[in-house]
Design a protein around this ligand. Structure first.
Ligand code: GCW
Length: 731
């Protein structure tokens, strides 16, 4: 009896296992996807023919070197090839047909002599070469570079070919980054709340560091390194001085150890007042010898623990953060003191140019007016970090005139990946088109072709150091970014930091293939959605050069009526200047004359509404509601048209997304679908709030063909006060 019972139990257990196995093999389980792997999913290549071809080209791996980076490469190849080819990866010490040779050019030179020289000459220390060639009559593929890190980047690039189903039979690639420092900025507070972060808590679990090394830190490094990101600023620019305490330095050192094999240097944001806050000094005056010594000692302490520490990032005399002004010192004096502290160790000092004060009549002018007179005053290891636009990461801005105006100051670009002004984690707003637009705008600093990208890569002026930064919101959400598509902006930033001549479209395509599927029935329509999504966001929020119509503080919904705040430059009316006659900020000679900050021919172009691109019209001009636009519509009708178009595009995005149902996993399909429906509702709120508010000033009708706003203006004003805002209060 007992035996029978046992038998039965065993059968039941086996049956349970069998059912479980069947479940895991079922499409539901196979497609289970939480987004954690992001674009490094390494799913088996779905096309059988291609799979066979890949298997024949990669039969084994010959890897030379044992450094931690080479070990990271080996483990990535195990994961990557193992997954993509659905086969065990054989590491061989002999070369055969179908060998993948991986190692630095020095290590591998015995195999190919000088054959790779012409390609190697095209790359720098971080670059890589991938080439199909013959060694001793065997067909092999080489992934190499001048350094281990170059080989790592090459490995990721090689895997990307497989992930995106490219032909790998005759590869010949030589790639190297043009920008030296490709850095993420985390606005993470030490209490783990992330300023403008919408994806959970900070990744850095300071409470369990340095003892616990969360495996997630390594995955973070892998994802970033796969794009060539080589630096990360761990904490918020609104910096807590405690980051410089010994206990934090220990914690940071562990993160640096984890990131090092992946070529990622750590930086921290520091508070200018630190010598007083954590150092017991009575002043933080940058010219005071004790203060200078304090910083120099602090830097030495850090470098003792972290020899490849990147340096400091500083937000000073900006939005209430302390800085040199209190001591009547200049930005350059403040920056140079810190630069001298890190200089003996090879560190960089990154000083932000995000400054504006309530006294200034036009916030647009301020950074230029403060920094241009100091061009040439900054030390060689200082980089000035400038946001792409003159105001603040708005859905569309002209470029900051600082780009192209600082021949003697290393100037780097700051972009925002986190969607502070694009609907947080609920709206789909791929930033690729914004980033490429920002990079490709021409400053005319040295004639045509002096694009922002060429300025920041040191091609226009001879900069000592170059850099690009992306403010990112990664958090503890399983998928890192909250909205699955914010991953695409993180990816776009990384890819453009490596190669700014890529198009947003090709990046979107690459990302979609790696993150979802290579199926063109999915990739094509969703790529279109991504490409349109930024413009949709501009249209339903602030078309034609309007800006900053946000509800204060959180920046989620609209409040174009805001007029009464402690600082005028935090109100919306400051930016749109609408009244019964017209709308827009006059930045020509009759107004703030900010356009004088641009080089010719831009100054002349922007001085006349007729020659100003309509996308920037209200950035530079106050025009009448009846002003005639290119379309033949009046400005009022065009404005209404754009607002309605923004909502229509979101509805079109919904339809397109619905059309791909069944082509990807249910989890992500359903999530994006639900988020698009939130976005549609929000877009309608934006449109109605703005159109009704501006109508209260223009006194013009909403043309017949458009659906009437559901509610009146008062309703939307009230909504601003009562609505739930989907973000943490970090302040
Ligand atoms: O746009 C503003 C943000 C602040 C941010 C600031 C900055 C970190 O609203 O949250 O502070 O920019 O860039 O310093």
């Amino acid at each position: 009896m007992a035996e029978t019972q046992l038998d039965f139990n065993m059968k039941r257990t086996s049956l349970t296992y069998l059912l479980l196995l069947l479940f895991w093999l079922s499409p539901f389980a196979l497609f289970a996807e939480d987004g954690y792997r992001a674009w490094l999913r390494y799913e088996k290549v779905s096309n059988e023919q291609l799979l066979e071809s890949y298997r024949s080209h990669i039969q084994s791996v010959y890897i030379k070197g044992t450094s931690p980076t080479l070990q990271a490469i080996k483990s990535e190849l195990e994961k990557g090839l193992g997954g993509l080819l659905a086969a065990d990866v054989h590491f061989n010490s002999a070369i055969q047909d179908g060998s993948l040779l991986v190692g630095t050019a020095d290590e591998l030179s015995s195999f190919f002599g000088n054959e790779l020289e012409p390609l190697l000459q095209k790359i720098n220390q971080e670059g890589y070469v991938i080439k199909s060639l013959q060694v001793d009559g065997k067909n092999v593929t080489v992934v190499t570079g001048k350094t281990d890190i170059g080989v790592l980047y090459g490995t990721f690039a090689f895997l990307r070919n497989l992930q995106t189903h490219k032909d790998i039979s005759s590869l010949e690639v030589a790639e190297a980054p043009k920008i030296e420092n490709r850095i993420l900025n985390h606005w993470d507070n030490l209490n783990r709340l992330v300023e403008r972060g919408y994806a959970g808590l900070s990744l850095w679990d300071w409470g369990t560091l340095p003892d616990y090394r969360d495996p997630r830190y390594t995955d973070y490094a892998r994802l970033n390194s796969s794009m060539g990101i080589n630096g990360t600023v761990l904490n918020n620019v609104n910096a807590d001085p405690r980051i410089l305490q010994d206990d934090f330095i220990e914690k940071i050192a562990v993160l640096a150890d984890i990131f090092r094999p992946y070529g990622i240097q750590v930086y921290i944001s520091v508070n200018f007042q630190s010598p007083m806050e954590v150092g017991n000094l009575e002043t933080a005056d940058p010219l005071d010898p004790d203060v200078r010594k304090w910083w120099a000692d602090k830097a030495s302490e850090i470098y003792d623990r972290i020899p490849d520490f990147g340096g400091f990032l500083v937000k000073a005399d900006s939005e209430g953060e302390p800085g040199p002004f209190k001591y009547n010192r200049t930005h350059a004096e403040g920056a140079n003191m810190l630069a001298e502290a890190v200089e003996p160790h090879g560190g960089l000092l990154i000083w932000r140019a995000f400054v504006y004060s309530p006294e200034q009549y036009d916030r647009f002018r301020e950074a230029y007016d403060e920094f241009v007179p100091q061009d040439g005053d900054f030390n060689d290891n200082v980089l000035l970090q400038v946001k792409n636009g003159p105001i603040d990461f708005q859905p569309r801005e002209p470029f900051s005139p600082l780009f192209g105006a600082l021949p003697n100051t290393n100037t780097m670009l700051e972009l925002q990946i986190t969607q502070e002004y694009f609907g947080f984690n609920t709206h789909l707003a791929y930033q690729g088109p914004l980033f490429t637009e920002a990079l490709n705008l021409d400053t005319y600093a040295k004639g045509e072709g002096s694009t922002v990208a060429n300025v920041i890569s040191g091609e226009v002026f001879d900069y000592e150091h170059t850099g690009i930064a992306g403010v990112v919101n990664l958090g503890t959400d399983r998928n890192w970014t909250g909205h699955p598509f914010v991953q695409s902006s993180w990816y776009a930033f990384g890819r453009l930091a490596w190669n700014h001549s890529l198009s947003s479209e090709e990046i979107a395509e690459e990302w979609l293939k790696m993150t979802f599927t290579n199926n063109p029935d999915f990739v094509e329509p969703v790529k279109e959605i991504m490409q349109e999504s930024r413009e949709a966001g501009v249209n339903y929020r602030s078309p034609l050069g309007l800006t900053h119509l946000y509800a204060q503080g959180h920046h989620y919904g609209p409040a174009p009526w805001t007029s009464d705040l402690p600082r005028p430059d935090w109100t919306a009316v400051y930016y749109h200047k609408a009244d019964e006659d017209g709308i827009g900020f006059d930045r020509t000679e009759t107004g703030s004359n900010a356009i004088e900050q641009y080089n010719e021919p831009l100054e002349t172009q922007f001085s006349d509404p007729e020659t100003t691109p309509e996308d920037y019209l209200l950035w530079f001009h106050n025009v009448s509601w009846d002003y005639e636009m290119d379309s033949g519509r009046t400005l009022w009708n065009e404005l209404v048209h754009k607002y309605y178009k923004g909502v229509e595009t979101v509805r079109w995005m919904q339809d397109e997304w619905n059309s791909i149902e069944g082509l990807i996993d249910k989890e992500r399909f359903e999530k994006v679908k639900a988020l698009l429906s939130i976005q549609e509702k929000d877009a309608v709120i934006w449109r109605n709030s703005c159109v009704l508010y501006f109508q209260s000033l223009s006194d013009k009708p909403i043309p017949e063909q458009y659906e009437k706003p559901e509610h009146d203006l008062e309703y939307y004003k009230e909504l601003e006060k009562t609505r739930y805002i989907p973000a943490p209060r970090y302040y």
